[in-house]
Ligand binder design. Structure first.
Ligand SMILES: Nc1nc2c(ncn2[C@@H]2O[C@H](COP(=O)(O)OP(=O)(O)OP(=O)(O)O)[C@@H](O)[C@H]2O)c(=O)[nH]1
Length: 718
């Protein structure tokens, strides 16, 4: 099958588009037709309902007068600074609480229009989720003293937990929000441990107490049982109504420790986040671990050793608010003329030119969980897309980028993401923020192979290689052992669903590691899963099995030996690289069969038969056939030239749905539809000119038309 055809046409032919859409979905389409196909395929892949805009996208932040004042940052010694993150399971109300805190401290005016003010990205507002941590500095008066509170609102979804771990590195405490109705969920546990391991002070906050089904007492008991935090330490609030939110601020001041850094020490700052501004270059979010920084200072990046002049610095309130200086313990932003994407490494240490300091440990690089190919819709857009990908990866450093190319799709990249939602969000941001049109291939997880062939070991320079593209999966004959990525999954569910959940876990090759009751009815289960088994649809399946009550979170659990094999998909005997997958040996037959059946549904019938086969090496393990169109429409041409001519016109208008001639088929190696279109046009002209009087005459005209088209396309049936 000549997938390279897609290169010659701006928009793929219907056949190829369908074919590619099966494993490849486009994030931006040129025609409505593509858009519909894409939506269908996207949902087929994701098995998720489409996400509609749930927020007022015109919701603008309303700044108060305080924003315009010049703030003397020296007024805030470390004792009067509190740096904290808001962490929680998805949708437990982090951003809503952040809105109330901003209002209470006057950072934004109090109005009912403030909804998730810190969720600034279009994608966040459209999906109603936080994907990027946001910082806001608040001034809060408590017992006659003004405190500087730096809050970081973090995402809740497991795919963005890297943002959480980075954010807490700039903090001394966290607010752990738990929904008073749902109680502790899987990401509550994961986020608690992130904060606990970083030795931060944790204030549990039970939110949504206004809900009819709220049961804060039960949730407090859960918190005591699972996290060993006494019930009396919990604060009950309603972020939506503002109930007890003031108490949260008071407890932040009372319970959270101030930073311990000194302004007398040499300047040292951690870059914990960064954004790319088209006009000003890199805007780095920094936490000062010592000393102070002034406008005009020369600073050095420990990562690159390059020196920069500070053009602007200040606080995020949550908009940028320039100040003259930032001091130890404070959190803010700095713009220092970093124009290159690579210059602003997250986790980097900045220091003064005059005072060399030891670099901070930084962050463990984010580990990509899924990989997918990304290609421009049109190869001429390659360099524009490259620049967009580079800029977006600066704003989202957890994406890994590797150059790649495909026979069918041309030059592109293989990108690594933290999960499927992360991948979707990245594509959506590319489209919305950079106006890029891309084709993204199906996601795959990174396998490893321990090579046995000395030649290959020499070629790679190591024995163990990571395979992120199934097409490059090495053959068993040169491999000692394959390894697959594993994750430790946490499932929290009401006990009514235990049986069903255990059975789906077993089905996904998972091994149970632990099971404990967190209260009278809820159970927390730990399973070791192969990542490949959960990455696409496990979460949705779990949700539907448990009527939405179960929650799931996972963390990396290394690699385990596995008997995995490469499965090729052949169309009329030719392997299609883009459709190659890696499957577990025990699942190969069912996966091959399912794939062939789905392809059979996805590929529209053509004028020739298409054999869809799944094969392991040279052995075909599944096959489906897409039958050719056959319709003896010429048999109706007995009524003379007028009727024949009318019929021909009929074919022309109907040809997409069913109008092809019985006597005409095309050899399978010529799947391009264009020659047929040309034949129809030619035939139309000839019929008009020569007015055929019989079927034989009509057939001759047809033959002439075929001959006028280059290539041997005509093939007489029967
Ligand atoms: N009834 C009620 N609803 C609330 C309360 N707090 C938040 N919500 C609602 O809960 C939903 C989720 O709130 P968010 O603030 O977006 O939750 P989040 O934790 O920031 O979500 P992610 O950032 O996506 O993890 C929204 O519809 C809020 O209006 C509350 O106190 N009471």
């Amino acid at each position: 099958m000549q997938l390279s055809l897609i290169k010659h046409q701006g928009c793929a032919t219907p056949f190829l588009r369908h074919l590619l859409d099966f494993r490849v979905y486009q994030t931006r389409q040129r025609s409505q037709c593509c858009k519909i196909a894409c939506t269908v395929i996207r949902h087929r892949w994701m098995k998720r309902a489409p996400v509609f805009c749930t927020h007022n996208t015109t919701n603008k932040m309303i700044s108060t007068q305080a924003d315009k004042e010049n703030i003397d940052m020296s007024k805030f010694p470390v004792e009067r600074i509190r740096n904290f993150s808001i962490i929680a399971h998805i949708d437990h109300g982090k951003s809503t609480l952040a809105d109330r805190l901003l209002e209470l401290t006057g950072a934004i005016a109090t109005t009912d229009k403030n909804k998730q003010v810190l969720d600034k990205l279009q994608v966040e507002r459209e999906r109603g989720i936080t994907v990027k941590a946001q910082t806001a500095s608040l001034f809060y008066k408590y017992q006659g003293q003004t405190y500087l509170l730096n809050l970081i609102d973090t995402p809740g979804h497991v795919d963005f937990s890297y943002e959480v771990s980075r954010s807490i590195s700039a903090c001394q405490g966290v607010l752990l929000i738990v929904d008073a109705n749902q109680g502790i969920q899987a990401q509550t546990v994961a986020n608690f441990y992130l904060a606990f391991e970083a030795q931060l002070t944790i204030i549990p906050v039970i939110n949504k107490i206004d809900l009819k089904n709220a049961d804060p007492e039960r949730v407090e008991k859960q918190i005591e049982k699972v996290f060993d935090i006494p019930t009396e330490e919990c604060i009950r609030i309603s972020a939506k109504l503002g109930t007890n939110v003031e108490q949260v601020l008071q407890e932040v001041v009372k319970r959270l420790p101030p930073p311990t850094f000194k302004k007398e020490d040499p300047f040292k700052a951690l870059v914990f986040d960064s954004n790319f501004d088209h006009y000003r270059g890199v805007v780095a979010n920094i936490a000062l671990f010592g000393g102070y920084l002034s406008k005009g200072d020369r600073i050095i990046s420990a990562y690159l050793g390059k020196s920069y002049e500070v053009n602007e610095l200040g606080l995020l309130r949550p908009d940028e608010h320039p100040t003259d200086r930032l001091y130890a313990g404070q959190v803010g932003y700095v713009i220092a003329g970093m124009k290159e994407v690579k210059e602003a490494q997250i986790g980097d240490t900045l220091y003064h030119q005059k005072h060399l300091v030891e670099a901070l440990p930084g962050f463990k690089p984010a580990k990509a969980m899924v990989f997918a190919g990304m290609y421009p819709m049109d190869q001429s857009d390659y360099s524009a897309l490259r620049s967009a990908v580079e800029k977006l990866t600066l704003n989202d450093s957890s994406v890994t980028v590797q150059r790649d190319s495909s026979l069918a799709l041309g030059a592109g990249w293989r990108l690594g993401f933290l999960g499927l939602l992360h991948m979707e969000v990245f594509n959506q941001r590319l489209e919305q923020e950079y106006n890029a049109s891309v084709i993204v291939t199906a996601p795959t997880v990174p396998y490893k192979a321990i090579l046995s062939s000395a030649k290959l070991i020499k070629e790679h320079g190591k024995e163990e290689i990571t395979i992120v593209n199934p097409a490059q999966f090495p053959d068993r004959s040169v491999v000692k052992e394959y390894l697959e990525p594993m994750v430790m999954g946490t499932i929290i569910t009401p006990d009514d669903y235990i049986g069903k959940i255990m059975s789906i876990c077993l089905n996904r090759r998972a091994v149970q590691k632990n099971m404990v009751y967190i209260d009278d009815h809820r159970v927390m289960m730990k399973y070791l899963f192969p990542l490949n088994e959960i990455v696409v649809d496990f979460y949705d399946l779990l949700k539907s099995m448990s009527s939405g009550y179960a929650s799931f979170d996972y963390e990396d659990a290394g690699y385990q030996p596995a008997h995995v094999i490469k499965m090729d998909i052949l169309l009329n005997g030719k392997p299609v690289e883009e459709l190659t997958t890696i499957v577990h040996k025990d699942r190969a037959y069912s996966a091959g069969k399912a794939m062939c059946e789905r392809l059979q549904d996805a590929i529209p019938r053509q004028m020739f038969e298409i054999a869809v086969q799944a094969a392991i090496g040279s052995k075909v393990i599944a096959r489906e056939t897409i039958k050719a169109y056959k319709k003896n429409v010429l048999a109706k041409c007995d009524n003379g030239p007028k009727h024949t001519s009318r019929l021909c016109k009929g074919y022309l208008t109907k040809k997409e749905s069913d109008g092809v001639l019985h006597q005409m088929t095309r050899p399978p190696q010529s799947p391009d539809l264009n020659p047929i279109e040309m034949v129809w046009d030619e035939l139309d002209r000839k019929v008009k000119k020569k007015q055929p009087t019989s079927v034989q005459h009509m057939w001759e005209l047809l033959q002439d038309c075929w001959k006028s088209i280059p290539g041997d396309y005509l093939h007489e049936a029967g």
